[in-house]
Design a protein around this ligand. Structure first.
Ligand SMILES: *[C@@H]1O[C@H](CO)[C@@H](O)[C@H](O)[C@H]1NC(C)=O
Ligand SMILES: *[C@@H]1O[C@H](CO)[C@@H](O)[C@H](O)[C@H]1NC(C)=O
Ligand SMILES: *[C@@H]1O[C@H](CO)[C@@H](O)[C@H](O)[C@H]1NC(C)=O
Length: 463
């Protein structure tokens, strides 16, 4: 009897132990699957990895009516410049195209602005009262344009990354304004923007915040060109302004016939394990696959951005949100192979997945059709060459030029002004101060003062 009573609790304990060990094991395996950057982890584990934020089934493919597939004549609306057409070599760097020229040069570029305008006119327009309800979180800023000049009301940064992205965004707006021949007669507007990767990181989709990317059901936000068009420079990584990267890549352009007929991808699987591991598995052991995980600490498998252009096919995968690297891949004269994208950026409307204007190859989010889509193109590289040529002429030489970027920014200011239903005051009666600090002065502030900037609390103009 004694032995029996002794055994019972021990059996119970050991069962608990087994359960605990097993669950710890499962949790550890999942953690390992999500965080490992090893080349290979067991397929059962890749199945088990939770989809998390980046493998939901929704994605966006645009069928927009005003885009690339329109016959040229269809674009000649009354309000476009008659007889003027965009020429990359002549106009690509011209940030001062007028409104008619912008419309003629970049049909389809302004889709998301039209969408945002429609959304807010159906929701009663925008006013200062709405903006006042939006908390300016870390990674956000509030600014206004008055008499064509840019003012900063508040700006908050968690660190250097936020500060640089906020400065880059303000600078892009300032530059688009400076090049505008109609600047002095612009309508005044006030707005809030976020430089965080995702809307939900800092704000919510019911507010009219300007963001770098949105998902299809985040309808209140407005899309602006991401920070890397200004420059992707952080202390560990100086890439430079986008147009300078394009110049470097163009200098190294190699003829199509000299490119490797392979699909290249380098990255860290742990940034989006479900998506990225699916790509690694789909390309494993294939003669056309050159897909590898990188180790930044040892430099293993690292491939310079411009060296990606030595391949005919370049894979693009989202990270925890949109991936700003799409535009660099599009600068190569190569075929972009992307899974169905969940996060929309301002130029995504121009992606065409089939037909004569096809400018990229779209595969499922689990890459299950990767081989079926790639193999015919590896076999018939002439077809692939046409897709690459469409990609370069559409993106590098048109919709991603400095001219297009400036047109987009001004169109955003105009579209937003179309639903802006308030005056913008330069002077605050309640605080007896100027409400904003001019951009020209803001960029001269010492760095620590930019981290938590609030014009209403700034003492400089007292006295
Ligand atoms: C602007 O605000 C006024 C008064 O609040 C309102 O009557 C009008 O409908 C608004 N206009 C738009 C375009 O929302
Ligand atoms: C590759 O091309 C050859 C000849 O052009 C054709 O017979 C074959 O079916 C193609 N294979 C694939 C997988 O498309
Ligand atoms: C794309 O094709 C056009 C027409 O064939 C050609 O003029 C142009 O040089 C090509 N662009 C590139 C980057 O190969």
């Amino acid at each position: 009897m004694a032995a029996y009573t002794l055994l019972r609790p021990r059996r119970g304990l050991s069962l608990l132990c087994i359960i605990a060990t097993l669950s710890f094991g499962v949790i550890f395996m999942l953690w390992y699957g999500m965080n490992s950057d090893r080349d290979y982890i067991h397929p059962i584990l890749t199945q088990l990895i939770p989809a998390g934020h980046c493998a939901c089934q929704t994605s966006t493919t645009f069928q927009c009516s005003t885009c690339l597939s329109c016959p040229e004549t269809g674009l000649q609306h009354d309000d476009t410049a008659p007889g003027w057409t965009f020429e990359y070599a002549r106009d690509g760097r011209n940030e001062a195209l007028d409104q008619q020229q912008c419309k003629a040069a970049f049909p389809g570029l302004f889709e998301d602005i039209a969408r945002g305008g429609k959304f807010w006119s159906q929701h009663g327009g925008l006013s200062t009262a709405e903006l006042d309800t939006i908390p300016v979180q870390l990674g956000m800023a509030r600014a206004f344009i008055s008499n064509g000049e840019l003012y900063v009301v508040a700006a908050r940064s968690k660190g250097e990354d936020h500060r640089r992205k906020i400065l880059g965004t303000l600078s892009s707006i300032h530059r688009a304004l400076a090049a505008d021949p109609e600047r002095a007669s612009r309508r005044d507007i006030e707005f809030v923007f976020s430089v965080e990767d995702k809307v939900e990181d800092v704000t919510n989709p019911d507010w009219p915040v300007w963001v770098f990317s949105r998902t299809p059901n985040e309808e209140g936000v407005w899309l602006m060109p991401d920070f890397s068009f200004w420059a992707w420079d952080n202390p560990n990584n100086y890439i430079g302004p986008y147009d300078q990267v394009v110049d470097r890549i163009r200098r190294l352009d190699i003829p199509w016939a000299e490119k490797k007929p392979q699909l290249v991808w380098r990255g860290k699987p742990s940034f989006a394990p479900k998506l990225r591991r699916a790509l690694i598995e789909a390309a494993r052991g294939k003669p056309w696959g050159d897909v590898k995980q990188v180790d930044w600490s040892t430099g293993e498998n690292v491939l310079k951005m411009e060296d990606h252009c030595h391949y005919m096919f370049i894979a693009h995968v989202e990270g925890r949100s949109y991936s700003a690297s799409l535009k660099y891949r599009q600068a190569c004269n190569s075929v972009i192979v992307a899974h169905k994208l969940q996060f929309i950026q301002h130029h995504h409307y121009l992606l065409v997945a089939d037909g004569p204007n096809q400018n990229y190859v779209e595969v499922e989010r689990d890459f299950s059709d990767l081989a079926d889509k790639i193999e015919p193109l590896v076999n018939d590289t002439e077809r692939a060459r046409l897709i690459a040529n469409n990609s370069v002429t559409t993106f590098r030489e048109r919709y991603l030029t400095s001219a297009a970027k400036a047109c987009y920014w001004r169109s955003l200011l105009d579209g937003y002004a179309g639903v802006w239903n308030s005056t913008v005051e330069q002077w605050s009666e309640s605080t007896q101060r100027e409400r904003g600090l001019r951009y020209e002065s803001f960029v001269l502030l010492e760095t620590p003062k930019m981290f938590q900037f609030d014009a209403a609390a700034t003492q400089a103009w007292q006295g």
